[in-house]
Design a protein around this ligand. Structure first.
Ligand code: DOR
Length: 445
């Protein structure tokens, strides 16, 4: 089938496209993009010289579906480089099927699955299982992220080479840090061989031990043990030092503090090979969301303070933070119903990330192009994925967004099994109304 998306406002930072135009999809690939502020791009240059290029032609043999996208934005499908799909092992929290459906509803066409499954994705059989399941049941593309260490125990390196050959696009022990600096050094050295990033969950387990929320006056008032910002920052500093030592590729996951932003900024200025991501909850709400012992606001690293939010926004604006990722961490309702100390950490993020992040554009923190870049071209560049672009010949992954559409977050309507979000009941503006994954249309509105 051929699909013609007409009259949308196209932004594709990978090619500098920023203007009203049309996108033509053929055989599950982008076949032509024509926009007013950019030159016409098509599969064969000579087609452009004829007045009747493909976009102007009427369908002949193949069926043509035309989608009117006037007053809508058209972006490359979003990429989430930090998703917990929970399969294998925790299917009661989420499956590849439900997690990828949630992704598509949120405008994502590619997600990268963290390895803290059961068994852990620390060997090529688990990697293979995830890839196969995703092909069979996934609504969008899934790339597995392999564990840095066997069992994510932080002791012995996993078979990163074999897992990379099987399809892992990065390595991370996310959920836990690699506390042993020598192991982290070796991981950064080893991963250089195949030019993939090490994604670091920065947490000093000694400083964070027993902590369940941000350390400060509020944790004292609530009688909950706190996690100081420094638990994150000492590890950010260590890993930056190790990246300098090894020249390995370091990516800092879920940046939550002002100090971490400063450290990453300095490291980039020094030319160290580091990139960073943050998540919508770290620039949308403070630790105040925990008040009332709301376990849906329990997340690791914890929600911080307004000064951290301000620094993260500045970091996003000036390019210190390259990526907005979700850290989609679905948990079962019963687990989140436990007392605050006992409940697991995590926020179900795929179905709110786009709308929460668009607020940065409405507030003037990011331009629309910067916002799109942080959710498409930048994660694609860091992971070296042939995704996040509308380049002719690439997979037909597209999202159509209505930025004027207002809606209320209703977790009962989530495709994700994880209803755990502190944003339930929020009124948000701007959402994906159609997501196209490799030419397959998901009509969301
Ligand atoms: O809050 C979190 N939940 N942070 C992590 O690093 C892991 C995640 C999970 O897997 O639930």
């Amino acid at each position: 089938m051929r699909i013609l998306i007409k009259n949308g406002y196209i932004i594709d930072p990978s090619q500098g496209i920023d203007g009203v135009g049309d996108v033509l999809i053929e055989d599950e690939k982008i076949s032509e993009v024509r926009s007013q502020k950019s030159e016409v791009r098509s599969q064969k240059e000579n087609k452009l010289k004829t007045p009747n290029s493909r976009l102007g032609e009427s369908p002949k043999e193949t069926e043509l579906r035309t989608i009117e996208a006037k007053s809508m934005y058209v972006f490359p499908g979003l990429i989430d480089m930090h998703t917990h799909l929970r399969e294998p092992g925790f299917e009661y929290k989420e499956t590849i099927k439900t997690g990828t459906m949630a992704a598509v509803r949120g405008g994502f066409t590619t997600v990268c699955a963290m390895p803290n499954t059961n068994p852990v994705n620390d060997n090529s059989s688990v990697t293979d299982l995830i890839i196969r399941k995703a092909i069979q049941e996934g609504a969008c593309t899934v790339y597995p992220i392999g564990a840095i260490t066997k069992g994510q125990k932080g002791e012995e390196l996993a078979e990163m080479g074999i897992m990379h050959a099987e399809g892992c696009v990065a390595f991370s022990d996310d959920g836990s840090p690699v506390m042993n600096s020598l192991v982290m050094r070796r991981a950064l050295e080893y991963s250089r061989t195949f030019n993939v990033p090490i994604i670091s969950h920065c947490e000093d387990m000694h400083l964070s031990e027993g902590g369940v929320m941000n350390e400060g006056l509020l944790s004292l008032t609530l009688g909950l043990r706190g996690i100081p910002s420094e638990a994150e920052e000492v590890m950010v500093a260590r890993d930056i030092a190790l990246a300098r030592l090894t020249n390995g590729r370091l990516h800092i996951a879920h940046v939550s503090t002002e100090g971490s932003v400063r450290l990453v900024r300095q490291a980039k200025e020094m030319g160290i090979n580091v990139t960073a991501e943050t998540c919508p909850h770290y620039f949308s709400i403070t630790e105040d969301a925990v008040k009332g012992y709301n376990t849906n606001a329990k997340v690791n690293p914890p929600l911080r303070t307004q000064k951290d939010i301000d620094a993260i926004k500045q970091g996003l604006k000036d390019g210190t933070i390259d990526v907005i990722a979700t850290d989609h961490a679905p948990h079962h309702r019963d687990e989140k119903l436990r007392e605050f100390d006992q409940a697991p950490s995590g926020i179900s993020g795929l179905e709110t990330a786009l709308s929460l992040s668009l607020r940065l554009v409405y507030e003037g923190v990011l331009t629309m192009a910067q916002f799109v870049e942080k959710m498409t071209a930048n994660p694609a560049r860091i992971l070296r994925l042939d995704k996040g672009t509308l380049k002719v010949g690439s997979d037909a992954d597209v999202v159509i967004i209505d930025i004027n559409k207002e809606f209320k977050v209703e977790t009962e309507k989530f495709s994700s099994k994880g209803k755990n979000t502190p944003f339930d009941g929020w009124n948000l503006k701007g959402m994906a109304v159609m997501t196209i994954c490799k030419g397959k249309i998901y009509d969301i509105s």
